[in-house]
Design a binder for this molecule. Structure first.
Ligand SMILES: *Cc1c(COP(=O)(O)O)cnc(C)c1O
Length: 272
């Protein structure tokens, strides 16, 4: 397991990589404010708030859902890092990429450098290309959980031909990660085929957890002393173990699981 969750105390796992070149670009453009989007439990919102503070930016978080009487631990943390929280309805949130909506944000907040939800852009992928640099052993497979596919795309672009990436989609439904990643790879002029997406381990959908997954987390944490989050990393590890037991991998092959972090969300997840 590659413990990217240990890379930084507040900017968890893959989010540090996704923010790196976004912040660099904001600095180049001489922007003082970062504006980004996310749900109320978003690891990206927490990470962007901390990274903004660390790098001297003002941060604004556009949060999906109406303001609740008491902020959850993720939003409390973001606020403690100086992030200004702005709540919008789920309906409005769907239009977040519309130019007219973005214009209205500029009217409200002035100049800002915008980072999409989850850090899912080209600069985010550029950063994620660096994840595998920390793997110090030869390996055959590298696995990561997928929300937007940004991390997977970056990892794929960093692979040698004989190595393969597997993304485990944590959302239920069609294999949208496959099409997202395919179009990103095209964007980077890559025709790589040494990757796949597995949609079999969503456990009911995004941020859904079952008794079986909870038991898996307890057993995994007890035997490995490595914490998992129920939204992403636990589903990936369950999937990898299951694929191993089904003979998907060949004996002797080395599989690297990327611990993408997300542990900040545990406090809020188990509270509700
Ligand atoms: C955001 C996040 C992901 C999803 O990464 P994508 O690049 O959006 O696919 C995976 N794991 C954790 C812990 C995350 O916080």
């Amino acid at each position: 397991m590659l413990r990217t969750d240990l890379n930084h105390s507040h900017i968890s796992g893959n989010k540090l990589y996704k923010l790196k070149y976004n912040l660099e670009e904001a600095q180049k453009q001489n922007q003082k404010t970062i504006l980004t989007f996310g749900g109320a439990f978003s690891n990206h919102i927490a990470a962007a708030a901390a990274a903004g503070r660390e790098n001297g930016f003002k941060t604004i978080g556009i949060i999906r859902g109406e303001l609740v009487p008491e902020l959850n631990p993720t939003l409390k943390f973001a606020q403690s890092q100086g992030m200004q929280l702005h709540f919008i309805s789920r309906e409005e949130y769907k239009n977040k990429h519309e130019p007219s909506f973005i214009d209205s944000l500029h009217e409200k907040f002035g100049d800002f450098f915008m980072i999409p939800e989850g850090g899912a852009n080209k600069a985010g992928i550029e950063g994620c290309k660096e994840i595998t640099q920390s793997i110090t052993i030869p390996f055959d497979y590298v696995c990561c959980p997928c929300g937007t596919g940004t991390t997977l795309a970056g990892i794929i672009l960093s692979l040698k031909e004989a190595q393969e990436a597997i993304g485990l989609q944590v959302l239920k439904g069609e294999n949208y990660i496959h099409s997202e990643v395919t179009s990103w790879l095209r964007h980077f002029n890559s025709e790589q085929r040494n990757w796949s997406v597995n949609t079999g381990y969503h456990f009911g959908g995004y941020a859904k957890c079952t008794a079986e997954l909870r038991e898996f987390i307890s057993a995994f944490e007890a035997s490995n002393v490595i914490p998992l989050d129920p939204v992403y990393t636990a589903k990936m590890m369950y999937g990898i173990y299951d694929l191993i037991s089904k003979g998907f991998f060949k004996a002797g092959q080395t599989i690297v699981a990327v611990h993408t972090g997300g542990l900040q969300g545990n406090a809020g997840f188990y509270e509700t």
